[in-house]
Ligand binder design. Structure first.
Ligand code: SF4
Ligand code: SF4
Length: 275
């Protein structure tokens, strides 16, 4: 089963990406899943003999459970827009005018929407007005993964909840299961809403009928880069290994009071907020 899936990813990835097969994206797609992670181990000996697009990138960053800490007080509307734009640009996320069909990987929202369980009529005005960045929480106990009938969404061995676009059948069970609205559905061909001159060839575009969401920049981690939103945040978003007590995220969690979204649901988000 695992072998056939590995072959599926290879074949589907090659046919979808065509000449881009040797690009870092394919490495990233291959390294994003739990199966692909096994592949990294297998491919080590291939490196010396074959120039395989699946070979392990020596610069890749690895962690046992990736997570983020978002310092909300360091993000104003301008920075929120910049963070969103950077993520959406490098992942070819289309701008769809019809809000009911919009695609979002990360976006600023109101405190009361991001934390509905913390709603309070006496909440300080500053919280009501400030933009709070929302994205996939890469939950440690992700209901979306359990809901997917084809394993198109899965949690990899580093804690990233990934999407295999080629496996998605568009049933949207994962969207119904996600309590955070972190997933978007392509009701129409997203490529129609992309400026061809701005399409980033390093990341695959999607098609009608496919669900998508933040992938924690798995394709960047695979080549040694931190997530783009973290880079664009100028210190407001910190990324790191939650399982490593010496990591920057753990230091922040040790020294700040943080909250996670809808903690009572038991999904165990990997995204923390300093309020
Ligand atoms: S936030 Fe939603 S999409 Fe992301 S892992 Fe959790 S349940 Fe799944
Ligand atoms: S981690 Fe990457 S994919 Fe996720 S919101 Fe940030 S930039 Fe976008």
């Amino acid at each position: 089963m695992k072998n056939s899936r590995r072959e599926f990813i290879k074949v589907a990835g090659i046919s979808a990406l065509g000449v881009a097969a040797a690009s870092p994206v394919l490495n990233a797609l291959a390294s994003g899943g739990e199966v692909a992670h096994e592949e990294k181990k297998v491919v080590v000996k291939e490196e010396s003999s074959v120039d395989s697009p699946y070979k392990t990138n020596k610069s890749a960053i690895h962690g046992a459970r990736w997570g983020m800490v978002i310092n909300t007080s360091m993000i104003d509307a301008k920075k929120a827009a910049k963070i969103t734009a950077v993520c959406h640009a490098i992942h070819n996320v289309p701008e769809i005018p019809n809000k009911k069909q919009e695609i979002k990987w990360i976006w600023p929202d109101k405190f009361e929407h991001v934390f509905p369980d913390k709603e309070d009529p006496y909440l300080a005005e500053k919280f009501k007005e400030m933009p709070v960045m929302a994205l996939c929480n890469h939950c440690d106990n992700p209901p979306c993964v359990r809901a997917c009938p084809t394993k198109a969404t899965f949690k990899n061995s580093e804690g990233i909840v990934m999407m295999d676009f080629h496996r998605c059948i568009g049933c949207r069970f994962c969207m119904a299961a996600c309590p955070y609205g972190s997933r978007s559905f392509n009701f129409s061909d997203p490529r129609k809403f992309l400026d061809p001159a701005k399409i980033d060839p390093a990341f695959p575009t999607r098609m009608k009928g496919v669900v998508e969401k933040c992938n924690l920049c798995a394709e960047r981690l695979a080549i040694g880069k931190i997530p783009a939103c973290v880079e664009a945040s100028e210190g407001a978003i910190v990324f790191g290994d939650l399982a490593d007590p010496k990591s920057e995220v753990r230091k922040l969690l040790n020294s700040n009071f943080t909250i996670r979204r809808k903690e009572a649901l038991g999904t165990l988000p990997s995204v923390y907020y300093i309020i």
